[in-house]
Structures are given as C-alpha cells and as structure tokens.
Write a protein that binds this ligand. Structure first.
Ligand SMILES: [Zn+2]
Length: 168
C-alpha cells in the first residue's frame, strides 16, 4: 500500500498532467499559489515555509546545489499539502538531524521527505526508465539522477525504497 505522502504526490502529478521526468517543482508551487523566493540563508538551512492567513511563502537557500533546491521545494510543498492546515512556520535544516523538539515534528519531516521523493521520483516514472531484470549499475544511477534532476544520493535512496536495488 502506498503511504499518504506517496498518494498525495501521485494525485498532484495527475491533477497537473505530469507524466514524465523531470518534474518541475517550481511550476507546481506556482500552480498551488505558493510564492517561492531564492535567497541567502544560513548554510545549514535548506528552506523556510511560512503559512499565514491561508497563504504559503517559501524561501529556498540559493547557495545550495540546484538539485537540492528542487528537493527542498518539493519538501515544502509536502508540508503545505500535508501539514499546513493552519498557520505555521517550518524551518528546514539539514535533513534527518535529531533536532526536532517533538515526535510529531519529526514525523512531519519524514512525511515531507517521503512526499518530495515521491513527487520528484514517482514509482511509475522510475519503473519506466529501468529495464526489468537488468541490474542497476552506478552509471545507471547517475543517468537516472541526471534525468530526474535529483542528487545521486536521493536517487539511490529512492531506488532502495522502491526495491529496485538492495540496501548496502
Ligand atoms: Zn520540513
């Protein structure tokens, strides 16, 4: 069974008629009425999301690699669709650090990351790019990452998650 973040990401792609990589996270944010700015943020900050009076504003760290900026934006879209029912501030630092103050916040971060991975690397799109039965080499991962405009690390994690490669 697909998880809620995975389903919500698939719905969003369907609603906007997106059928192939690379998924344009910026265009989706715009379509959702989320204002996005690229600016200088502290080095360990990926992005900030502010939801106020039903309006969402995102700031992305413009000094990070473009692929990381895309992932951060997809992560913030996840917060908007999954968590920002009411006003709130989400400050995203380097992923997977144990610095969130409560279990609830950690769960939201994990969900936003799952949403981002599902949005940028949907199972169906990845499956279409992989030859069934053939092993996946490092070069394949590089090619997939290039095609999906994500980091090789993000693509590797996704391929493991989807069961296309064995975890180390
Ligand atoms: Zn977050």
């Amino acid at each position: 069974m697909a998880t809620k973040p995975e389903r919500r990401a698939a719905e969003l792609l369907r609603e906007h008629g997106i059928t192939a990589p690379a998924v344009d996270a910026g265009a989706l944010a715009e379509a959702l009425g989320i204002s996005v700015q690229y600016e200088r943020l502290a080095d360990d900050m990926s992005g900030v999301l502010l939801v106020e009076g039903g309006t969402a504003k995102v700031a992305i760290n413009d000094s990070h690699h473009r692929n990381r900026q895309r992932f951060t934006l997809a992560h913030e879209i996840g917060h908007v669709l999954l968590h920002a029912g009411e006003d709130g501030l989400f400050v995203d630092r380097r992923f997977f650090r144990n610095e969130w103050s409560s279990k609830g916040e950690l769960r939201e971060e994990i969900e936003a990351n799952a949403f981002a991975a599902s949005l940028l690397m949907p199972r169906r799109f990845v499956a279409q790019c992989i030859e069934p039965g053939a092993g996946i080499t490092d070069l394949d991962v590089f090619r997939l990452a290039t095609r999906f405009e994500v980091s090789e690390q993000a693509m590797t994690l996704r391929l493991v998650k989807l069961g296309f490669i064995e975890p180390d």
